[in-house]
Design a protein around this ligand. Structure first.
Ligand code: GCB
Length: 604
């Protein structure tokens, strides 16, 4: 188990921070061996002393920044560095360097000494760097990031060497992906330098319950540093800065009388997403540390075929998303985050899935505050398509789930953990693999349902017996019986009723969608036209309406917006199943979905 917390860096009276975002120096290691950079030890010098550099924005993917195809399609080690100063006032503090996410495998040096490595994109990592820092002169941080996906990475991928000397030059290889999105790479989220006292709040875990009008706040706090703290004060503070409960223990259960529950905005439009703060004040011989952890009071339960939030039935009017936009790729972008939440509200959506990897913490915060529910998914997309069920991948997958739960456990918006998307759960070996991971996540967090997103048949899947709620992706009328919208209702209903009969668990249609080129019209409808997408969605809606009041507890269109994929003959500048274009303009289908979502939300 992970032995350190990963609290979001927040300033307080005892903590300061600044981010190292901006223009960094950048170069890829395109040497034939792909390893010159390590042989020639680029990390021992400023990057511009070992070769030429270009400016590269952080945060951003590097792929779409230049006019160079070799950088867009680069596979291997990409290098970044920059200078910074450490505030002299931080001299007696603990100083931490934190990366919100870097894709995929990362090594970090400070002043030419290695300080940390991290395996995997989409999740934060950090290290205490006091012993590497200068206070009286400039410091340098160097980052090497490798985006190669292999059978043991999450998501998995493979490298194929093309050996025919008549057709390919020596050493020619391609990166194959088992996922339907572009493998954007680079420093994707904030790089933060922050200070804390030497004895500090290391982690906070909050699990809430409700009893009549009261909220129950169970919490555990761990501390770090060379000595034990002398005292601890833990207070629940409401939005008016009023302390509504408190304790001096590192673990306890507090009662908030007449609590304001956290609700999705569709269930409580007047007061959605109510957030409390757990203010932790730690006093030690080394001073005082204050950390404020936002949280909401709410519960999630599965009862029979229902999904309950605060013991009331919840129906997910959902979208599947991607972190994806022109130029910055998967780079954090506040303007895009705000726009997407506005569009989700416009649409009447109350739920999104972080398909197919954990999203930025800044997005999770917005979901909390705006009362939008999240199905929080790991980067386990496409597992087993390539015979990669094995111990290495299992242990890495377990570790990634620990990192995800550690990061997101205190977000009230997160109501379900999804450990994978469309794994090959038709193979017998998938049974112990998925049982192990599902149970492990349950042992880390008993307060949320755990599942994976399935695209197998009810009669050949081996892992659904171990999930709490069934999420199924279906493409009737698109990948099968293409063009035949008249079959959709029959096929979806038959399929869903079979699952339900077999397992008697609540179900969500977690994907359905049709590629649509905006502006194309055909009557009668024809695939790729806007008319087809509308007709297609309506057929799904009719089928869903026959099961919606029974065991179907949600629907999630694929996809919120068009997004980039690898080049391929079935993808015209990416996946076009968005109901919005990549630049966030509505297709006809967005209006149809909006009418539906608003009317369902108003009638429940
Ligand atoms: C799926 C995948 C998603 C793809 C989508 C499609 O089942 O989960 O990643 O983008 O289908 O459009 O093919």
């Amino acid at each position: 188990l992970l032995d350190q917390g990963m609290l979001y860096p927040r300033s307080s009276e005892s903590r300061s921070l600044f981010n190292l975002d901006g223009m960094w120096n950048f170069r890829v290691d395109a040497s034939p061996s792909r390893n010159d950079s390590f042989e020639k030890k680029w990390y021992l010098k400023p990057l511009d002393k070992t070769g030429s550099v270009i400016p590269m924005p952080v945060p951003s993917s590097y792929n779409d920044i230049t006019q160079d195809k070799k950088i867009r399609d680069f596979v291997g080690w990409a290098w970044y560095d920059r200078e910074f100063y450490t505030p002299a006032a931080w001299n007696s503090q603990r100083i931490v360097l934190r990366f919100g996410s870097v894709h995929y495998y990362t090594i970090v040096w400070v002043n030419y000494q290695e300080v940390m490595r991290h395996d995997g994109g989409h999740l934060p990592f950090e290290a205490e760097i006091n012993s590497y820092l200068y206070f009286d002169r400039v410091n340098r941080v160097t980052v090497a990031v490798n985006n190669t996906l292999t059978s043991t990475t999450l998501p998995p991928g493979s490298i194929t060497f093309k050996v025919d000397p008549n057709m390919y030059p020596p050493g020619y290889f391609v990166q194959d992906l088992q996922m339907d999105f572009f493998n954007y790479a680079g420093i994707h989220r904030h790089v933060t330098l922050y200070s804390t006292p030497r004895v500090y709040v290391d982690d906070i875990t909050i699990v809430t319950d409700i009893f009549k009008e009261n909220g129950i706040v169970n919490y555990t706090i761990t501390t770090g540093g060379p000595f034990e703290p002398i005292s601890l004060k833990v207070e629940v503070v409401d939005k008016d800065e009023k302390v509504v409960a408190s304790s001096t223990k590192n673990q306890s259960s507090l009662i908030v009388h007449n609590a304001k529950y956290w609700w999705p905005y569709t269930m409580n439009p007047k007061m959605p997403g109510y957030m409390y703060t757990l203010r932790v004040t730690l006093v030690s011989g080394n001073g005082t540390d204050v950390y404020r952890q936002p949280f909401g009071i709410r519960t999630v339960h599965i009862l029979g075929s229902q999904l309950l939030i605060n013991r009331d039935p919840f129906y997910c009017l959902g979208v599947n998303k991607h972190e994806d936009f022109d130029i910055r790729g998967k780079g954090l972008d506040y303007a895009l985050i705000a726009k997407d939440f506005n569009l989700m509200k416009w649409l009447g959506a109350n739920c999104f899935r972080t398909s197919h990897y954990p999203y930025a913490e800044e997005i999770m915060d917005q979901a909390d505050q705006q009362g939008i529910v999240v199905i929080d998914e790991s980067p386990g997309v496409g597992i087993g398509k390539d015979e990669n069920f094995g111990n290495v991948s299992l242990s890495h997958h377990l570790e990634v789930m620990e990192e995800l739960v550690r990061r997101d456990k205190n977000h009230p918006s997160v109501i379900i953990w999804s450990i994978a998307n469309e794994p090959a759960t038709n193979k017998p070996i998938a049974e112990p693999y998925f049982k192990t991971i599902l149970n492990h996540v349950r042992s880390l967090d008993q307060s949320r349902p755990v599942t994976f997103v399935c695209n197998q048949d009810f009669n050949n899947d081996v892992a659904i017996p171990y999930v709490d709620i069934i999420l199924v992706n279906r493409y009737y009328g698109w990948y099968s019986d293409t063009g035949h919208t008249e079959l959709i209702q029959r096929q979806l209903e038959y399929d869903f009723r079979q699952w339900h009969q077999k397992y008697a668990k609540p179900m969500i249609l977690s994907e359905y969608g049709a590629d649509t080129v905006p502006g194309l019209h055909r009557d009668p409808s024809f695939v790729f036209s806007e008319d087809y997408q509308v007709e297609f969605l309506k057929e799904y809606h009719q089928a869903l309406d026959t099961m919606r009041h029974d065991f179907v507890v949600g629907e999630m269109v694929w996809n919120f917006a068009d997004f980039m994929t690898a080049q391929g003959i079935t993808r015209v500048l990416g996946n076009r199943k968005g109901i919005f274009t990549r630049d966030r303009q509505p297709k006809m289908s967005a209006h149809v979905l909006r009418t539906r979502y608003l009317s369902i939300a108003n009638n429940t």
